[in-house]
Design a protein around this ligand. Structure first.
Ligand code: CTP
Ligand code: CA
Length: 226
């Protein structure tokens, strides 16, 4: 019973987490998405709540139960996800674990698209850029301590450190999705965290739950140094 009164690493802090894929509609029956399962983001939400934080989890379409004491907001598209994150501000820490679609169809057809009956040609779908949720929140005057993920299949550390700089982040979590045992949808992960001084901290392959607790501990340490 005594440990209910013990101070925890993230006591009193509001942590905003994005998770899962986004879905971008083409017409009423079709959409564009990706293979993100949401497992890493949900594991982070659970770990942050266990560390005493008030957690808001903004999730794209996933098949996962909501962790205890986590406030979950379900969204579909990247634009919905940005609006939900902006509505959840202010926060002390943003962890952007979502795999946000970079593009969406320029127009969403009102009716189910029909094949052109007069030709056997292919079809072109015009796409436009989605907003960058992480860069938008990390660029605000009331910016939180901002943590991004970089899922890459090549040049992992170079691309990850470029994202850290370009999005003005405090930490970036580099994730080698070319390795099938730790990529999208797998149960385990292995990460290298890079900070603004380009100092690297690596966590060896283990369950996403353990990786989440290690990452939350690292974030709590870095917050205390600021
Ligand atoms: N991200 C975001 N909003 C977007 C795109 C990405 O919030 N529209 C966040 C992701 O949640 C992740 C980080 O930005 O934390 C990096 O995402 P990633 O897809 O690896 O990078 P991009 O900046 O989209 O660059 P690219 O896909 O071209 O490598
Ligand atoms: Ca992207």
């Amino acid at each position: 019973a005594a440990d209910c009164f013990q101070r925890q690493a993230l006591d009193g802090l509001h942590i905003l987490i994005t998770a899962g894929p986004t879905q971008e509609n083409i017409d009423p029956v079709r959409y564009i998405t990706n293979h993100s399962s949401g497992k890493m983001g949900f594991a982070l939400a659970e770990a942050a709540a266990e560390a005493g934080a008030r957690v808001t989890l903004v999730s794209g379409p996933v098949h996962l139960p909501t962790p205890d004491r986590v406030s979950r907001i379900d969204v579909v598209s990247a634009r919905d996800m940005l609006a939900a994150c902006e509505a959840a501000m202010p926060c002390d820490v943003l962890i952007a674990a979502a795999a946000v679609a970079d593009y969406r169809p320029e127009v969403v057809a009102q009716h189910k698209l029909k094949k052109d009956p007069s030709s056997g040609e292919g079809m072109l779908l015009q796409m436009v850029r989605n907003p960058d949720i992480l860069a938008t929140i990390a660029g605000r005057d009331d910016r939180p301590f901002s943590v991004g993920f970089a899922a890459e299949t090549e040049n992992l550390l170079e691309y990850a450190s470029r994202k850290l700089r370009d999005k003005n982040l405090d930490l970036i979590v580099a994730n080698d999705v070319a390795n099938p045992s730790i990529g999208f949808n797998s149960e385990e992960n292995a990460i290298t965290v890079i900070d603004r001084e380009l100092q690297q901290t690596s966590f060896a392959q283990t369950s996403k739950g353990k990786i989440a607790r290690q990452l939350v501990t690292l974030i709590a340490e870095r917050l205390n140094k600021n």
